[in-house]
Design a protein around this ligand. Structure first.
Ligand code: ADP
Ligand code: MG
Ligand code: MG
Length: 893
């Protein structure tokens, strides 16, 4: 800081491209100001100032002066002084980070009111009631957010005042009652903090600014950021905005609106409006709102101006926008806009609509959707209601089908979910404290609030099913139950089903069906036919375009003919990983046991001979399903003892048998083998290529089965393209030994069958040493497939099967990583090894084929990385194939 840093910008000085500096809210307020839209004047304190504050525990020394300068300018423009007793300027102090975090941080309205200026406000507005209502709101918000007083203290006091007047409506309290409420609120402040509510307007403003900075690190903001993968050090900007009032009577009000339906993408204007109310009232769902279209009836001129403004914003931003607005005595004010959150379905539909409207091109449409959104569209949905009884229909706030046990608090939701129960969180309305419960639940059901209520907005952001505003339900959170209109009482633990696409709520479990998008991938819906809805058509268009742009190939991990066929329907062009281990389970376990227990070459060969035709049959069907496309078969990988009984169980069985007079010889031999094969660290033990080297004939049998299956397919007129993959290689010598043996077997089979089958032989790169010596290994491998699961496990020294339960929670909490490295590739560590493997491998063998077959092959972020390092393909589970196709296309743009 050199004393020349600009910490404060007027709304007229910024633009929407300065989100990092001004936060999203500030940047967009500036944009709207410069578009000439009616935005109440104000200024923005930068995220730089917040970062300074968070780092030093105090604001930059020259901030106060810069704020004064801008405040003075604002006062001049408005012709009023902050908190002036005769005619006060009032402001809101609003948070606003670069990434949208709806409702996560704090905002204080009506700053500048005190015992004197409340009189001035009353005189100027001609409404005592309004002035005292505004003052009580200030003390309440300020007390809660700035002074850290429990919000319930204020709510209880307000409820008590209403009860004394025999009402439960805020609007029934008159000016005198509200003056009395202000006194009670001031007493609460005094009792809770030991000091009086600050009367100095500037002090109010400065304290509120610091409170907004502090709210960046509130627990709920931290939790939200972790979930949304927002960096923790960005900080928030603070917007100081002159107040406009929606609570001045019936000709005033406040609302929230979308330029298209954020649920389905349908064209039109959507939103909620509340007459005679101030900002927070709409979002909090405290009173029931009316649909925005009712505003046309209430005030046609304002409605027309609003609709026109929204159209203007949409064509300016070339996207769906959401807005907050207030009407003050018939005059429209814009208080916020941003490119709006939307459901996954709406994202696809809107993207192609905007293409058709000529606002964006197809590349941009592909950029505007994501693999995560596509994944959400592949979730199943409800079919007929089955035996379940419909209880009511609320608003369809966030689509999806959720079935679970009803719980009535966030804490219970977390507790039940930790026990492995599926729950639906039922609340009258949610607030930011419910975030952890919403994460834990399958879905959220509320009885109050519209599509823009907290529950709806947050659920949509998380892709969580939500039905809101189910007004017919009487939710009794204290007694943990709700009552339906037909009198049915649903208690904690009862199973309910909620449909976020229709708003329906049932008692009992409703059966679910595949999504239309999945049926399209399955080939059951033709995107060109009348069966296809807007969503299917846009998914088809977007994916077709992504396929045309991407450089990465997409294959699937598939071990069965069914999976192979599905993967192919979903757009996979080959199998990148066909595991052979499950082929050794089930009925065949006996044969594997025979192999492991074999005493001498003859017995072993006998066991292998019995397994071979079964393996051949497995491969035949997979080659058939993937005819004409590469199928990478991985030779047996897991430790052998996985095919044998558990050591402890078997020991007990033998001990019991001994006690009863002796165990049979077979069992004793089995026990000896299990003991012999027992390993302390099996994942670092006898597995992968090591098995091939110490169990004579095992890999040769598998290679023979592959070659024979390929020959048989060829004779049947097919086009099999086998690739043989050796797992867990760390040294080229390991690979050379297996390669020699495999080539010998292949040549033998070709000679015997009189058919020339070619099979590439390659290896997995999953041991760090293999990546580091990739140049040597490439000398003996025609392809590499990065096994990023094992590579992550071995690079970090994390046991994949144990870490999640043992300590990943602590690691995530402490921010050591934001997301598990098993979920999304760790670029600087594991990714660096991949880069080294690619560089060295290609240097030694320029035509080396490179792929990846770990879970990361279907993870959006990781797919972008694999594109950047120049792999030829990714391979992932069949259901992730469309996601990989889309992300590979996005990576190429
Ligand atoms: P959030 O990010 O939680 O929406 P905001 O800063 O947008 O917080 O403010 C909360 C509510 O107060 C919103 O409904 C907003 O429209 C309203 N509000 C904020 N500033 C003003 C103002 N200057 N005049 C009137 N209402 C305001
Ligand atoms: Mg807002
Ligand atoms: Mg592996």
């Amino acid at each position: 800081v050199d004393g020349t840093t600009t910490w404060v910008y007027d709304f007229s000085e910024g633009s929407r491209h300065q989100k990092d500096l001004l936060g999203g809210k500030g940047a967009n307020l500036a944009e709207m100001t410069n578009l000439g839209l009616p935005v109440p004047p104000g200024f923005t304190i930068t995220t730089d100032a917040c970062r300074y504050y968070l780092e030093h525990g105090t604001t930059p020394p020259d901030l106060a002066d810069q704020v004064t300068e801008h405040l003075t300018a604002l006062e001049k423009a408005m012709g009023k002084m902050l908190g002036d007793p005769g005619d006060p300027l009032l402001v809101s102090v609003r948070s606003g980070a670069a990434a949208s975090m709806p409702g996560m941080m704090e905002t204080v309205l009506n700053v500048g009111l005190n015992d004197d200026s409340v009189q001035g406000l009353a005189a100027q507005s001609g409404s005592d009631r309004f002035a005292w209502d505004s003052y009580r709101r200030l003390i309440q918000m300020f007390g809660k957010t700035v002074l850290d007083i429990d919000g319930e203290a204020f709510e209880d006091a307000l409820d008590e005042a209403k009860r004394e007047q025999g009402t439960d409506l805020d609007l029934d309290l008159d000016a005198d009652h509200l003056r009395d409420v202000v006194d009670r609120f001031k007493a609460i402040v005094r009792d809770s903090t030991g000091r009086d509510f600050p009367q100095d307007p500037r002090e109010q403003m400065d304290l509120a600014i610091n409170a907004v900075f502090d709210s960046w690190n509130s627990p709920r903001a931290i939790l939200y950021r972790r979930r949304e993968r927002i960096p923790g050090d960005a900080g928030t900007a603070v917007n100081v905005c002159s107040m406009v009032f929606g609570n001045l009577g019936a000709d005033s009000g406040t609302g929230v609106a979308f330029t298209r339906d954020p649920g389905s993408g349908a064209q039109g204007v959507y939103g909620d409006y509340l007459q005679n109310a101030q900002g927070e009232d709409v979002v909090a769902g405290i009173r029931n709102t009316v649909p925005l279209t009712d505003l046309q009836r209430i005030d046609a001129a304002v409605y027309d101006e609003l609709v026109e403004t929204m159209a203007r914003l949409e064509s300016h931003y070339r996207d769906l926008c959401d807005i907050e607005f207030t009407v003050e005595r018939g005059k429209l004010w814009m208080l916020q806009t941003r490119v709006g959150k939307r459901t996954a379905a709406a994202a696809f539909v809107i993207a192609t609509q905007l293409v058709d409207e000529g606002l964006i091109d197809m590349d941009e449409a592909v950029r505007r959707v994501s693999g995560d959104q596509l994944a959400q569209l592949m979730f199943p949905r409800f079919t007929s209601s089955g035996d379940a009884r419909q209880l009511t229909q609320g608003m369809n706030a966030s689509p999806g089908a959720a079935v679970g046990r009803a719980v009535f608090s966030s804490e219970e939701a977390v507790r039940w979910a930790d026990r492995g129960e599926r729950v639906v969180l039922v609340r009258r309305e949610t607030n930011p404290d419910d975030l952890s419960g919403m994460i834990a639940a399958q879905g959220v059901l509320t009885s109050r609030g519209g599509k823009t209520s907290h529950a709806a907005v947050v659920a949509r952001g998380m892709g969580k099913t939500c039905v809101c505003g189910a007004e017919e339900l009487q939710v009794d959170t204290k007694n943990r139950r709700f009552t339906a209109p037909d009198g049915a009482v649903v208690a904690e633990g009862d199973v309910i089903s909620i449909d976020g696409s229709t708003g329906r709520v049932w008692l009992g479990e409703v059966p679910v069906e595949d999504s239309a998008v999945v049926r399209y991938f399955e080939g059951e819906i033709d995107p060109g036919s009348a069966d296809a809805d807007d969503l299917v058509r846009s998914v088809h268009r977007v994916l077709t375009h992504a396929d045309g742009q991407r450089r990465l190939g997409v294959r699937a991990n598939a071990d069965t003919p069914e999976d192979a066929a599905r993967a192919r329907r979903f757009g996979a062009r080959g199998i990148g990983l066909c595991r052979t281990e499950h082929m050794f389970l089930g009925d065949r376990r006996q044969l594997v046991e025979r192999l492991i227990l074999a005493d001498g070459d003859d017995e072993r060969q006998g066991a292998l001979d019995a397994l071979e035709p079964l393996q051949k049959q497995d491969f035949l069907e997979i080659f058939e399903a993937m005819d004409g496309m590469p199928v990478t078969v991985r030779l047996l990988d897991p430790p052998l003892h996985e095919f044998l009984p558990d050591l402890t169980e078997l020991s007990v069985r033998v001990a019991v048998a001994e006690a009863k007079g002796g165990a049979d010889e077979g069992t004793l031999r089995l026990l000896a083998a299990v003991q012999r094969l027992h390993e302390q660290n099996p994942m670092l033990g006898l597995r992968g290529v090591r098995l091939g080297l110490v169990v004579p004939g095992l890999f040769a049998m598998q290679v023979r089965a592959i070659a024979e299956a390929a020959c048989e397919r060829r004779r049947a007129g097919g086009d099999p393209r086998p690739e043989i993959m050796i797992p867990l290689v760390g040294a080229v010598q390991e690979l050379e030994a297996i390669r020699e043996e495999s080539e010998r077997v292949l040549a033998q089979v070709c000679a015997d069958e009189g058919i020339d089958v070619r099979a590439l032989i390659g290896t997995m790169i999953e041991v760090p040493r293999a990546a580091l010596t990739a140049d040597q290994i490439a000398g003996s491998a025609e392809f590499f497939s990065f096994g990023t699961n094992d590579l992550t496990q071995m690079t970090w020294g994390f046991s994949r099967d144990d870490v999640e339960a043992a300590f990943f929670h602590a690691y995530l909490d402490k921010g050591i990583f934001g997301v598990s490295p098993f979920e999304s590739l760790d670029r600087p560590g594991v990714g660096r090894l991949v880069e080294i493997g690619v560089e060295r491998g290609r240097a030694a063998r320029p035509d080396l084929k490179l792929g990846v077959c770990g879970e990361h092959g279907g993870d959006p972020d990781s797919v972008h990385f694999f594109h950047e390092v120049g792999l030829d393909y990714v391979s992932c589970s069949p259901f992730r194939v469309p996601i990989a196709r889309l992300e590979a296309g996005r990576a190429a743009l």
